[in-house]
Design a protein around this ligand. Structure first.
Ligand code: OOG
Ligand code: NI
Length: 463
């Protein structure tokens, strides 16, 4: 089969994200309301703020806005994660970032499957936060064994999706018809099941260890537990939620409102209480699924992130019951964080993508190194610097670790590295370091802009 008849990974991802959204709107109607709210706010924000609309259009960041969302799932075994890793590869999604939630008292560790290249992120940046249960953190031997036994007998994938993944790997792609079947079959893994695979007593025993353990172990599959559209004004979204009949959580998470948004800010509506049929026909209740909204800002360098972590840790003492008060306090503390694009760039607190603007310049008096050349070209308007959107998740920063209710010796340096290796072994591939990814995009864009404007062949470039 010639390669050109294969559907692109970005197109399969786009279809999958859309099918997932449709399924979740059917399962959780309030999520449909949330989408409507976000679309309304985004439309209004762009209309009120032509400069933002122009900046997003110039950065090729506008088209993806209406399709942009993330989701989250949790799986029980290394085998399940390994297969998911192959499934997401079909859609051009690779594991980026290691999140050790044990440090915050949650018995999972996680990564995010997402596209990694600028061009394909612009089409559809759909990402899935994916956690693997750490049974080793269950202290009770019997309960740990029971959980492992339950997980060992379930298969969360349809036979057809397994076939199509193997086909993709053998052929290097999927045809139109195969891609559509793949999406329909892949979605099945993430569907909600109101019938649990265990009896109520088993559910209760697992839930008493940690509710999340019960959520992972007691069902037929890793139901999608939330989807999160991207808003351009999360404060407006938070304020408008009651008008749409949605009750928001008390405060917006992450950094405060700023002229230049950084990382991401998130809010959500509370998880639904849902009725479950347990084995033996007992009725019970379980809360797992909710809806979330996020606003994304510029990706931070390690220096920027260290500053963010320090300021957020300092804010840990603030009361988090009233959003306005909390945001005002946070705003005060974040005064130390520069809030204009130029300073963020010059102090290397955030990542930027450089783009040549205008005519090729062959300048005999070109400065001796790339960085001074870029500065000169920025000053003369021949290069523009676009902030790079943060594509990952709210860091389990100092704040999360601060709240840790596990012994501090359990979150030591050596343990964290060993755990990441364990997750990578389950994934069957290394986890990509998000900082390295943003840094590479920045460096490549600089090089490309210089090459284009200075007309220098690579061998003639200054070192
Ligand atoms: C993971 C939640 C992580 C986010 O937005 O930070 C996440 C989970 O609860 O499974 O989606
Ligand atoms: Ni989320």
């Amino acid at each position: 089969m010639p390669a050109h008849s294969f559907v692109s990974a970005a197109s399969i991802r786009d279809r999958f994200a859309s099918a997932m959204s449709t399924m979740y709107q059917n399962e959780v109607p309030q999520y449909g309301t949330l989408l409507k709210l976000v679309a309304d706010i985004n439309e209004r924000t762009l209309a009120d703020n032509p400069a933002l609309a122009r900046q997003m259009a110039a950065a090729n960041d506008l088209a993806r806005l209406s399709v942009e969302r993330h989701g989250a799932i949790r799986v029980g075994t290394a085998e399940e994660l390994g297969m998911l890793s192959r499934l997401f590869a079909v859609m051009g999604m690779a594991p980026v970032g290691y999140y050790d939630l044990a440090a915050a008292g949650v018995p999972v560790h996680s990564t995010a499957f997402r596209p990694i290249e600028t061009e394909t992120l612009a089409i559809n940046p759909f990402r899935l936060f994916t956690s693997l249960l750490r049974l080793d953190l269950i202290e009770d031997d019997n309960l740990r064994q029971r959980a492992a036994d339950i997980l060992a007998v379930r298969d969360i994938f349809t036979p057809r999706v397994r076939e199509l993944i193997a086909r993709f790997e053998a052929e290097g792609g999927l045809t139109e018809a195969e891609a559509d079947t793949f999406v329909a079959e892949a979605i099945e893994t993430f569907r909600w099941h109101e019938d649990a695979t265990v009896d109520y007593a088993t559910y209760e025993a697992l839930a008493s260890e940690h509710k999340l353990i019960a959520d992972v172990v007691c069902f037929r599959g890793p139901h999608i537990n939330h989807l999160t559209p991207r808003t351009l004004d999360i404060d407006a979204a938070q304020a408008a939620m009651p008008e749409y009949g949605i009750t928001p959580k008390a405060v917006i998470e992450g950094p405060p409102r700023r002229d230049v948004p950084i990382l991401l800010r998130q809010t959500s509506f509370k998880a639904l209480e849902e009725s479950i049929r347990f084995a033996g026909d007992t009725e019970g209740r379980h809360t797992a699924r909710f809806g979330e909204i996020e606003q994304r800002g510029v990706a931070l360098t390690p220096d920027g992130r260290a500053l963010y972590d320090r300021l957020l840790t300092a804010a840990q003492t603030y009361k988090r019951d009233a959003n306005d008060d909390y945001q005002a306090a946070l705003h005060g503390i974040f005064e130390e964080f520069p809030d204009d694009l130029d300073t963020l760039r010059r102090r290397e607190l955030a990542y930027f993508r450089y783009q040549a603007a205008g005519e090729s310049l062959i300048d005999a008096s070109a400065p001796a190194d790339d960085d001074s050349a870029i500065e000169a070209l920025l000053a003369s308007g021949h290069v523009v610097a676009h902030p790079i959107v943060y594509e990952d998740f709210l860091p389990v920063s100092a704040a999360g670790i601060f709240q840790s209710n596990l012994g501090s010796d359990e979150a030591g340096e050596g343990t964290a590295a060993a755990s990441q290796q364990e997750l990578e072994a389950a994934l069957g591939q290394p986890i990509i370091d998000p900082f390295a990814l943003y840094a590479r995009i920045e460096a490549d864009s600089k090089r490309a802009a210089l090459d284009m404007l200075m007309g220098l062949a690579p061998q003639n470039r200054p070192a």
